[in-house]
Design a protein around this ligand. Structure first.
Ligand SMILES: C[S@@+](CC[C@H](N)C(=O)[O-])C[C@H]1O[C@@H](n2cnc3c(N)ncnc32)[C@H](O)[C@@H]1O
Length: 285
């Protein structure tokens, strides 16, 4: 299985433009799933709903500092900064994405309020502390969950929050889940698929407290017509060694649909806070 940051970077270097062309990212330019929460009526609102959830975690201060860990092409950070005052930094492992994110910020008139950097969120550059950090569908790609939380904790000010929206492993998936989970890991270059308790433990070891956990799976729309078409292609052609990275994303996406619909994975928003009186814990090694 490929799990080094370099493999994930190559995956996004090769696939980002395809995701933007064929995904329903709309004008927002967010590479994540739609959330059809109560009251959400359009695709644009469903793509934006993750930002509504994250925005609700921002402190009531004049100009919060926001960090997007795994920022894609900058859609989420730009969307938050268009709605609220403040400034932000986005970090992505893909140079192509960092460049597209800078262009997006420039076009939105946000270039003086946000910076997009190419780098690994488990080994981030030194930055001024943030009031809120978030990771949408990026945590699972990380090479090491413990280092992800240590790095995030080190970038938060005391009282700052971390929001992780991602796929989480069910506590005890049955044996028949294994091949589908492996197909998801392989296809989407996933290395940090963890059950909820393990997430909390990693976070606590880094000095963060879990302050919320919401299952968002009921708001996903599984097995849309497009997913059904992909299922037919994957089942029919899965035996062919098709080397294109977009094909890997389709096979991984199909396996993900199976795992979510059978409850082996859930899509969650987990909230963490750096206590006001704490120092982030140093990594063990
Ligand atoms: C599915 S995309 C989500 C992008 C963005 N969060 C959004 O919602 O539009 C996953 C993102 O995680 C980033 N990523 C994966 N591993 C990373 C790492 N080790 N360090 C920084 N970014 C990473 C990828 O570059 C990509 O931008």
């Amino acid at each position: 299985m490929s799990d080094a940051p370099g493999d994930v970077a190559a995956y996004y270097e090769q696939n980002t433009r395809m995701f933007l062309r064929f995904g329903r990212t709309g004008d927002i330019g967010a590479i994540h799933r739609e959330l059809w929460a109560p009251g959400v009526g359009t695709v644009a609102e469903a793509v934006d709903h993750a930002h509504v959830l994250i925005g609700a975690q921002l402190p009531e201060i004049a100009s919060p500092r926001i960090l997007d860990l795994g920022c894609g092409v900058g859609g989420s950070l730009c969307q938050l900064l268009l709605q609220r005052r403040g400034e932000g930094v986005g970090l992505t492992i893909s140079p192509t994405q960092a460049g597209l994110a800078r262009q997006r910020a420039e076009a939105a008139g946000l270039a003086d309020r946000c910076t997009f950097l190419c780098g690994d969120f488990t080994d981030p550059p030194k930055l001024e502390p943030f009031d809120l950090a978030f990771a949408i569908e990026s945590f699972v790609h990380g090479p090491d969950p413990a280092r992800f939380f240590q790095a995030a904790a080190g970038l938060l000010r005391p009282g700052g929050r971390l929001v992780v929206i991602d796929d989480v492993l069910s506590p005890s998936p049955p044996p028949e889940a294994a091949r589908h989970l492996d197909a998801f890991r392989r296809g989407w270059r996933v290395s940090s698929l963890e059950p909820p308790d393990a997430l909390r433990q990693h976070a606590e070891q880094a000095g963060l407290t879990c302050v919320g956990d919401q299952d968002l799976t009921p708001w996903l729309r599984l097995w849309r017509w497009r997913d059904r078409a992909v299922a037919v292609a994957v089942v029919g052609l899965g035996w062919l060694p098709i080397p294109h990275p977009y094909w890997a994303s389709l096979t991984g996406g199909h396996a993900l649909q199976v795992c979510l619909s059978r409850g082996w994975l859930t899509y969650r928003m987990v909230l963490f806070e750096r206590p006001r009186s704490s120092d982030p814990k140093a990594p063990d090694s």
